[in-house]
Write a protein that binds this ligand. Structure first.
Ligand SMILES: NC(=O)c1ccc[n+]([C@@H]2O[C@H](COP(=O)([O-])OP(=O)(O)OC[C@H]3O[C@@H](n4cnc5c(N)ncnc54)[C@H](OP(=O)(O)O)[C@@H]3O)[C@@H](O)[C@H]2O)c1
Length: 285
C-alpha cells in the first residue's frame, strides 16, 4: 500500500478501513478479519465506537506482525489532562497493543489543551507514534499549534463530494498537516452511489462511483478510510490504484460541492450539546 509521509517523519497508508457503526463486537471482529484478508492494514476505530477490543482481537488473530498494521484510535471528549491520560491507557488496553500508530482528539470540545498535552506526553513515552486531531477547524488547529511543542500530524475531517471542505483542506495542507477523509461516501446520502456524473466518469475506466470518489480524494492528497461490512465492497474500495482521473474530471467532481456538512454543524450550539452527550446528530438521507 502506498503511503503519505507525516510531519513527524512517520508514514500513513493512503487507504484504510473504518469501523464506525459496526457496534457488535463479534461482527466487528469478523469484518476486520475479512478486511485484513482483502489486504487492508490501516484500521480506524475510536473509544466512542466501543469496538477497539474487536479491532485488537482481529489483528492479534491474523498472525500478521503488529508492525505491518497501522492502528488509529480517538480519544473521546475529556475534561482535563488526567482524564485524557486515562483514555489513552484504556485505548491501549482495549486494543491489546504496546503502542498506537495514530491517536486523535475526536472532537474540538472539552479541555482540548489538556488533551493535547496528554497526547504529547504519551508520544514522548513511545505509547503513541503519531498524534493528531479530528473535526478541528483551522482556528482551533492554529491555537493548538501556537501553544504546544508538537503540531498535529493529521486532521481527520468529513470530506466527500457533497462537502469538499476546500478551505479547510487547503489550510491543513499548507500547514503540512495530513488530511484524512471520514465519510468519503457521505454514508450514501443523496444517492451518491447512483450519481450520474460519477457513473459517467467511472464508465470510462470500468470503475464504480465509490471507486471514483476514493480516487478523487487520493488525487487531492487525502487519506481515505471507507467502511463496508461486505467483502465484495471491501475489494472494490481498495482497488483504486490502477487509474488516474484527468484534471477535467477532477473539476467536474468539484462542481458537486454543496459546501455543507451532511451530518452536523460543528459550530451549532445545539449540535455541540448533542455531540458532547454522545447522541447522534445530523439530517437523515
Ligand atoms: N472522526 C469522525 O468524527 C468520524 C465520523 C464518522 C466516521 N469516521 C470514520 O470514517 C469511516 C468511514 O466513514 P463512514 O463509515 O461514516 O461512512 P462511509 O465510508 O462514507 O460510508 C459507509 C457506507 O457506505 C456503504 N458502502 C461502502 N462501500 C460501498 C460501495 N463500494 N458501494 C456501495 N455502498 C458502499 C456501506 O455499506 P455496507 O457497510 O453495508 O457495505 C456504509 O453504509 C468510519 O467508519 C470511521 O472510521 C470518523
Amino acid at each position: 500500500m502506498d503511503s503519505f509521509k507525516l510531519n513527524d517523519g512517520n508514514k500513513i497508508p493512503k487507504l484504510g478501513f473504518g469501523v464506525f457503526q459496526v457496534d457488535d463486537l463479534n461482527e466487528c471482529e469478523k469484518v476486520v478479519s475479512d478486511a485484513i484478508k482483502v489486504g487492508y492494514r490501516l484500521f480506524d476505530t475510536a473509544a466512542i465506537y466501543k469496538n477497539e477490543l474487536a479491532v485488537g482481537r482481529a489483528i492479534k488473530k491474523s498472525g500478521i506482525p503488529r508492525s505491518e498494521f497501522f492502528i488509529t484510535s480517538k480519544l473521546w471528549i475529556s475534561s482535563n489532562y488526567a482524564e485524557a491520560q486515562e483514555g489513552i491507557k484504556k485505548s491501549l488496553k482495549n486494543l491489546d497493543t504496546d503502542y498506537i500508530d495514530l491517536y486523535l482528539i475526536h472532537q474540538p470540545y472539552g479541555d482540548t489543551m489538556g488533551e493535547w498535552r496528554a497526547l504529547e506526553d504519551a508520544k514522548r513515552a513511545g505509547k503513541l507514534r503519531s498524534i493528531g486531531v479530528s473535526n478541528f477547524y483551522s482556528d482551533v488547529v492554529k491555537n493548538i499549534e501556537l501553544f504546544n511543542d508538537i503540531k498535529p500530524a493529521v486532521n481527520q475531517l468529513e470530506v466527500n463530494p457533497w462537502n469538499q471542505q476546500l478551505d479547510e483542506v487547503k489550510f491543513n495542507q499548507q500547514e503540512d498537516i495530513q488530511v484524512e477523509a471520514w465519510a468519503p461516501f457521505a454514508e450514501g446520502k443523496h444517492d451518491i452511489f447512483q450519481n450520474e456524473l460519477l457513473k459517467d466518469i467511472g464508465s470510462k475506466y470500468g470503475k464504480s462511483n465509490g471507486q471514483v470518489i476514493l480516487r478523487w480524494l487520493l488525487q487531492r492528497n487525502i487519506v481515505v478510510i471507507p467502511k463496508s461490512t461486505h467483502v465484495s465492497r471491501m475489494k472494490e474500495n481498495i482497488d483504486v490504484f490502477d487509474f488516474q482521473l484527468t484534471d477535467e474530471e477532477m473539476n467536474k467532481i468539484a462542481e458537486l460541492n454543496k459546501n455543507e456538512s451532511q451530518f452536523f454543524d460543528r459550530r451549532d450550539p445545539r449540535d455541540i450539546e448533542k455531540i458532547v452527550r454522545g447522541e447522534k446528530v445530523g439530517a437523515e438521507n
